[in-house]
Ligand binder design. Structure first.
Ligand code: PMP
Length: 376
């Protein structure tokens, strides 16, 4: 199998899995129990939090909240914070190319809770221009959420410059959906008030993730419960799952530079080869782009048919993104990038990890050309 769908999910690192299995046997105590066995679990959880903060060079003005993944983390950061701080102001800002777990959370706040929402447009590279953000900021803006790396096309926003703009407004918090950038691209996370990770996108376990949040920010709990995770995310901790997130992150961060170079080579090769195919239009930007994602459209064939034909040859790629691909809709990201309906409804996303090779990229191009010829 050639697996080019790593933005949807990744394989589990065997070291992570082995640690998880060991922890499941050794640490089944409830971290909230007062007895020694429960406290062993609690201590381990807290050690893992400290390790995670260190990995991102953060001091203890931040805290790690373990969650079930990026969707939950985004919902806590957005709905939890907007609802808790609505007395300061009711204006919210996000961008048009966010993942549905961000966009729909904001839309719910607008439609059901009376917030005023500005959805920023993006430029042709899929990025929010700094001036666009600057002009949208208001004195009653309490939360801005703009993603680091876009999950469909790989465009990279200038989070550090955005933070300078946003933090001129002392009442406003800055959250970023960092799901597709974390451990892959460098970022000074100190410029953010909140950011997140989903373990299964970085060779960790499914059903696991985190929100890192400044300690002085107190989101409204979305679930009422026993007050676990500093009363931000109630429910008994899955201690082994939470604890191995520290290892998952460390193993990936150790390889950031090496992986980046390797994946850039694969991406460059594929981009050049794809440019040579007449009906292909590359959608991923040339600058400010993550090499982990390469998105292109077909102008003469249906992308869904080609993706199915590739799958029959054991080559796994995505149309739009895994979250939307079953709905057979046009991409909201490509539409926001002004790409037009043919391109926006016929895109294919390739997304890579360190296990992919140039040889796989070569096989992919051969298979794609053959399929396009046969379907003519
Ligand atoms: N944000 C982004 C940018 C993503 O790519 C994804 C996964 N497609 C999510 C959020 C949601 O992640 P999860 O399914 O792990 O909750």
């Amino acid at each position: 199998m050639i697996y080019f769908d790593n933005a949807a999910t990744t394989s589990v690192n065997s070291e992570v899995l082995n640690s998880f299995n060991e922890l499941c046997v050794k640490y089944y105590g409830n971290a909230a129990s007062n007895h020694k066995y429960g406290q062993d679990s609690s201590r381990l959880l807290n050690m893992s939090r400290e390790q995670i903060l260190k990995l991102f060079n953060l001091d203890n003005s931040y805290q790690v909240v373990f969650t079930s993944g990026a969707t939950e983390s985004n919902n806590i950061a957005i709905k939890g914070v907007a609802l808790a701080y609505q007395n300061r102001g009711k204006h919210l800002i996000t961008s048009s190319v966010e993942h549905p777990s961000v966009l729909n959370a904001f839309k719910q706040l607008e439609e059901e809770f009376g917030f005023s929402l500005t959805i920023l447009p993006v430029n042709e590279q899929g990025c929010v221009a700094l001036d666009t953000l600057k002009n949208a900021m208001r004195n009653d803006t309490i939360l801005v959420s703009i993603m680091h790396v876009n999950n469909e096309v790989g465009s990279v926003n200038d989070i550090e410059k955005m933070s300078e703009i946003i933090h001129k407004y002392p009442k406003c918090f800055f959250h970023s959906d960092t799901t597709q950038g974390i451990t892959k691209l460098p970022l000074n996370y100190k410029v953010l008030d909140m950011f997140i990770a989903s373990s299964h996108k970085i060779h960790g376990l499914k059903g696991s993730g985190m929100l890192i949040i400044k300690k002085n920010i107190r989101p409204l709990p979305l679930f009422s419960g026993g007050g676990q995770e500093d009363n931000i995310r109630s429910g008994t901790n899955d201690v082994p799952r939470d604890v191995v997130l520290a290892k998952t992150l460390r193993l990936e961060i150790e390889k950031t530079n090496k992986n980046y170079q390797h994946i850039k080579e694969i991406n460059n090769y594929l981009k050049e080869e794809l440019k040579g195919i007449e009906e292909v239009v590359i959608n991923s930007p040339d600058i400010n782009a993550s090499p982990y994602i390469l998105n292109f459209s077909l102008t003469k064939h249906k992308a869904s048919v080609v993706v199915e034909a590739l799958s029959l040859q054991n080559i796994m790629v995505s149309t739009i993104s895994a979250c939307s691909s079953k709905k057979n809709e046009k991409s909201h990201v490509l539409t926001a990038m002004n790409k037009g309906i043919t391109i926006a409804s016929n895109s294919i996303r390739l997304s890579f990890d360190e296990n992919n090779t140039i040889n796989e990229a070569k096989q992919f191009i051969i298979a794609l050309k053959k399929i396009l010829n046969e379907l003519r």
